[in-house]
Write a new protein. Structure first.
Length: 312
């Protein structure tokens, strides 16, 4: 879509939502490119709309430098109010859509194991009930910047700090130690002290998995790790081959690969969080996906935190 007219000057009262949303999306994404992608227009259109808003405001709302576009103090003040407007528009859209069929695209970001073993399996029932939905699932070992709209819903073992999100604890996930019978041999393991000389399998440190080492160390003091991977599946298969002891969540169903749970009464319980964009949580297609995923996680993991499990 192209706007071929030259940039026009408007009084602030004459600005439409197209111009104001351009400012909103540039602020959220930090660039004309990301805003254009979100809005479905080209960069020149975003630039033109942004210029119209700044001209009407009588002041620069962004600083332009090598790092991109950074909000000025006035720009930050305007953004706060635009985000309120955007949230109200979404609420109105949610109210007016009640009783209508649910449709639209929803992007979920999560860790590989949760995504593959839980969320992907929840999609079948979800799409059976709401065939107009299109669910996109991104599984990654890297940090997903949900504050910049890289996902509508985010499921993780840590609570994102962004004020633009509504976050709820949905379950407490038990993590146990596992190993193959070939690795364990005929040993009798009564407690963690019997594993002082063992080899362990762990994560490569990155933003998503930094807590993992602490979970393992809550049971084993200074574990000797011989193999690391960003993938839970890689770790599980390595343990199946007898490479060492691995810490896995209950939903991994490690027993199906022949792995044996070690010291059943010693485990870590880790909170699982689901986050949704605060201003989008009332949209019917976002809400139904969030609530369905949260309920499925609670059902399959079995232990639920005391916090609320649905958008506010």
């Amino acid at each position: 879509m192209h706007e071929t007219m030259a940039t026009k000057s408007f009084s602030f009262e004459q600005l439409g939502w197209d111009q104001l949303r351009a400012l909103l999306e540039v602020a959220r994404g930090g660039s004309l490119e990301s805003a254009a992608r979100r809005l479905g227009v080209d960069q020149s259109t975003v630039s033109r709309r942004l210029a119209q808003v700044e001209y009407s405001a009588g002041s620069a709302l962004f600083k332009r430098d090598r790092k991109g576009l950074q909000l000025t103090p006035m720009g930050r003040d305007v953004l706060v109010r635009l985000e309120r407007m955007d949230a109200m528009l979404h609420e109105i859209q949610g109210i007016t859509a009640q009783g209508q069929s649910v449709s639209g695209r929803v992007l979920i970001a999560s860790m590989e194991g949760v995504g593959a073993l839980l969320i992907a399996r929840a999609a079948k029932a979800l799409l059976d009930r709401h065939p107009g939905l299109e669910v996109h699932l991104v599984t990654t070992s890297n940090f997903v910047d949900v504050a910049r709209r890289e996902a509508d819903i985010f499921v993780s073992f840590f609570e994102p700090p962004s004020a633009s999100l509504t976050t709820h604890g949905v379950a407490q996930v038990p993590f146990h130690l596992y190993a193959s019978p070939a690795y364990l041999g005929e040993r009798v393991i009564a407690g963690p002290e019997d594993l002082a000389d063992d080899l362990f399998i762990g994560y490569i440190d990155d933003p998503m998995y930094l807590p993992a080492a602490r979970w393992l160390e809550s049971i084993i003091e200074k574990p000797r790790i011989g193999f690391r991977a960003t993938s839970m599946f890689s770790q599980m298969f390595a343990a199946q081959e007898g490479l060492g002891i691995v810490m896995l969540p209950s939903y991994a169903n490690a027993e199906s690969l022949g792995l044996v749970k070690i010291i059943e009464d010693r485990y870590s319980e880790v909170p699982l969080f689901a986050s949704v964009q605060r201003d989008m949580q009332y949209l019917p297609h976002i809400r139904v996906v969030f609530e369905t995923i949260a309920a499925y996680l609670q059902e399959k993991i079995g232990t639920v935190s005391s916090r609320s499990a649905g958008p506010g």
